[in-house]
Design a protein around this ligand. Structure first.
Ligand SMILES: Nc1ncnc2c1ncn2[C@@H]1O[C@H](COP(=O)(O)OP(=O)(O)O[C@H]2O[C@H](CO)[C@@H](O)[C@H](O)[C@H]2O)[C@@H](O)[C@H]1O
Length: 724
């Protein structure tokens, strides 16, 4: 049986006594002891004087062993025993203060217990101590403990999944706005009275699922340390697409991958996206809400799953159903109505949708909105909630993936977004091309607490007349809150060693070590699959992407006659503008032995082309970041790119004198420049095999993961958190 006793640390400089629980072996219980172990340097060579409260006293070294001369059990006189007890009483008041401090710091320890230092300390402990620690602590008094928090006794540093910030004590940031308890909510806010309560008495928030969903998954399989430490936040990324469920381009990739990297840092992270189809493996939460869209009540239903440390919540509505292959389809107002619903329904997810049994709540919360589709979210957060004393501590960050699409329309479109009249000024824009118009991106940029864009180069370009595409003025004015962060790669999806699409049809997984054998096999498999002659010596050039003006596909079309004289093969995969799709088809029929134009969206082919090709072309006119060149470098495929935006940031040009660089770049988006760069690339491919392999290897050896970007996002989230 564990008992309570007293503990004194005796050192040359100080004597500290405190009350502890002792286990049946007479050792202090784990959390407190672990706490002092974590401060081992302070306590080294100090001695504990312990009493079990029943008159048994002994001395113990900081290591946990009883000191040889100090074991007073039965050996100390009654007077000595009495003296220790008296001393304990006198110091009780001081001790209580200390204890308060210890327990408040204990919360930090639970977080930091996951860091490697303490993990390694715990691993270092002797087997006797380890055994003691494992038996310990089920009854440790803990002022701060709430029933929903994993008890300190059950804290497994590798399994502790729910960050501290789930509990609404200690930190005012975590405390939901008191106003949100009121039943007198503004009419436009969904009725929250049955789902969200804040108790002044217990200082805790409780969330009840309206439909009493009992079967919410318990999440306990995250093994990564909370690198974010004290910066841990609740993060909700909202996007119109999220891979692998929905994807038309890079936004889907980012929405699927960045949240995982943030979760790895210890944040509690959710993605909210529309449910366009019947995705496998989702759980119906049973939560149903209604939101007004253009005067019409739309019911939404929330589905969820939990993967790689991230809660994925999908909004189901008649408006989104069966749009998987046409996410941005329909006329302008159809799309606008869908995005209004997405933003309205997403913003209340932290109130209504329990994940792992607990709603996120609106304290210590930041939304990451993406592109114009969700640029209404920062505006709604301000207009519907903050201005009514709701979601007081929630913040919004808006990410610019592509400024070319802004949610423009006639000023009358303002009626669709359901905002007070004085908000119109946020949306109203004038420019020489569109005249006076309504612009959703503009309003989002002005309202968001912080703005991120996906490379440093693009952050600069956005402030120029050409790069900002009409929004450069607003972006320049808000430069103080803008940061460029280069995207990363989800290496569980995009890495030649583990790529699931390289395990059949002659494709093989390969690594830096097996590059010389693995990549040629993939190239041969690709040539076979495309019906091209299997010729290892012929450079295979690729393009993958949306067939759009942005991507400079027309420049490739103009360069094709030159390429055909070069003894190369070319494969282009894409969908988009009908005239560009037609161009692909025509090129294939004209140069059937050398060119393949694959019109369609095929993730499998995108992976296989990235692995099998020698060269990837990206002559984009502008490119906020670009993911394909990152994937290419990771697969030992050499990029030839227009030096713009993120392409300039990530593809350092090959320098033959220093054998450095990752590919070829050209300064202007012109066919001649493309041909020059590609010509140099092909010469190196044919005549300088060692240099070529060096370029491939350097590309593959880069750390292109999301880890660094996630750290930088975290800085932005924290800046938003402390901004009023
Ligand atoms: N036909 C097809 N079949 C299969 N897969 C296809 C495909 N067409 C494109 N893809 C895939 O879609 C993604 C495209 O990503 P990009 O970043 O290159 O461009 P996008 O312009 O869509 O993204 C915008 O957002 C991203 C993310 O921030 C920025 O990197 C980028 O510069 C910006 O324009 C890649 O994963 C690619 O493989």
């Amino acid at each position: 049986m564990a008992t309570m006793g007293s503990l004194a640390f005796v050192s040359e400089l100080n004597t500290i006594e405190t009350t502890v629980f002792l286990n049946n072996r007479g050792l202090p219980k784990f959390p407190l002891f672990a706490y002092y172990r974590s401060r081992k340097s302070i306590l080294d060579n100090k001695t504990f004087v312990c009493s079990n409260g029943n008159g048994r006293v002994w001395r113990m070294k900081a290591s946990g062993e009883k000191s040889s001369g100090g074991d007073g059990s039965g050996g100390d006189s009654d007077e000595a025993l009495q003296a220790v007890i008296e001393k304990s009483k006198k110091l009780l008041a001081k001790q209580r203060d200390l204890l308060q401090q210890v327990f408040s710091e204990r919360r930090d320890v639970i977080t930091s217990i996951n860091n490697t230092t303490i993990n390694s300390e715990i691993e270092d402990i002797s087997s006797e101590e380890e055994q003691s620690f494992l038996e310990l602590d089920s009854n440790l008094p803990d002022d701060n403990h709430t029933s929903d928090e994993p008890s300190s006794s059950s804290v497994d540093p590798l399994k502790y999944r729910v960050p501290d910030n789930l509990n609404y004590e200690v930190d005012s940031w975590n405390k939901p706005s008191e106003v949100s308890t009121t039943n007198e909510l503004p009419p436009f806010v969904s009725d929250i009275s049955t789902t969200y309560k804040y108790s002044e008495d217990t200082n805790e928030s409780t969330f009840h699922n309206v439909n009493d969903v009992a079967e919410t998954p318990k999440h306990d399989d995250v093994k990564s340390p909370p690198l974010a430490g004290a910066n841990v936040m609740n993060v909700i990324l909202v996007a119109a697409e999220c891979a692998p469920w929905s994807k038309t381009g890079g936004l889907g990739d980012v929405a699927g991958a960045l949240p995982k990297a943030l979760a790895k840092r210890g944040h509690r992270v959710m993605v909210v996206a529309p449910r366009y189809g019947n995705y496998a493996g989702l759980q119906d939460t049973g939560v149903r809400r209604r939101y007004k869209v253009n005067g019409q009540d739309m019911e939404v239903n929330y589905f969820q799953t939990y993967i790689d440390g991230v809660d994925f919540v999908f909004i189901e509505s008649a408006m989104f159903r069966n749009l998987g292959s046409n996410i941005y389809g329909g006329n302008r107002t159809d799309i606008l109505r869908r995005m209004v619903l997405l933003c309205k329904a997403a913003i209340e997810v932290p109130w209504h949708v329990p994940c792992g049994g607990l709603c996120y709540g609106d304290g210590n919360l930041v939304f990451i909105a993406n592109d114009w589709h969700t640029a209404l979210l920062p505006v709604y957060l301000k207009a519907y909630y903050h201005e009514h004393g709701l979601m007081h501590y929630a913040r919004s960050v808006l990410v610019i993936h592509n400024i070319a699409h802004q949610g423009r329309g006639p000023v009358d479109d303002f009626s669709y977004v359901d905002l007070p009249p004085h908000y119109l000024d946020l949306f109203r824009m004038y420019d020489p091309i569109g005249g006076e118009h309504f612009n959703i991106f503009a309003a989002g940029l002005k309202t968001a607490y912080r703005i991120v864009t996906v490379s440093h180069g693009y952050a600069w370009e956005l402030k120029t007349t050409e790069g900002g595409q009409g929004l450069h003025g607003i972006i320049s004015e808000n430069d103080w809150k803008l940061k460029g962060i280069v995207n990363g790669i989800d290496k569980t999806e995009w890495h030649p060693e583990v790529d699931a699409y390289l395990t059949s049809d002659g494709y093989v997984n390969y690594s830096l070590e097996t590059l010389r054998t693995g990549k040629p096999k993939c190239k041969a498999a690709l040539q076979r699959e495309l019906g091209l002659p299997v010729r290892p010596e012929v450079p295979l050039i690729a393009f993958i992407g949306r067939l759009d003006n942005q991507k400079g596909v027309d420049l490739i079309g103009e360069a094709v006659p030159w390429m055909m004289d070069q003894e190369v093969q070319l494969v282009m995969l894409g969908t988009g503008k009908p005239e560009l799709e037609q161009m692909l088809r025509e090129m294939e029929s004209r140069y059937h032995d050398k060119v393949r134009g694959w019109v369609g969206f095929s993730v499998k082919m995108a992976h296989r082309i990235t692995a099998g090709a020698d060269v990837l072309l990206m002559p984009s006119r502008f490119e906020p970041c670009g993911l394909n060149q990152l994937y290419a470098m990771c697969y030992g495929t050499v990029p030839v790119v227009h030096a713009v935006g993120g392409l300039k940031d990530t593809v350092h040009p090959f320098d033959p004198y220093n054998e450095s660089g990752f590919g070829w770049t050209f300064e202007r988006a012109e066919t001649g420049r493309l041909i020059d760069a590609l010509g140099n690339c092909l010469v190196t491919y044919r005549e300088y095999k060692e240099s070529w392999e060096g370029i491939q290897r350097r590309g593959m050896m880069q750390d292109l993961s999301w880890d660094h970007a996630a750290y930088q996002y975290e800085e932005v989230l924290v800046a938003a958190k402390y901004q009023w």
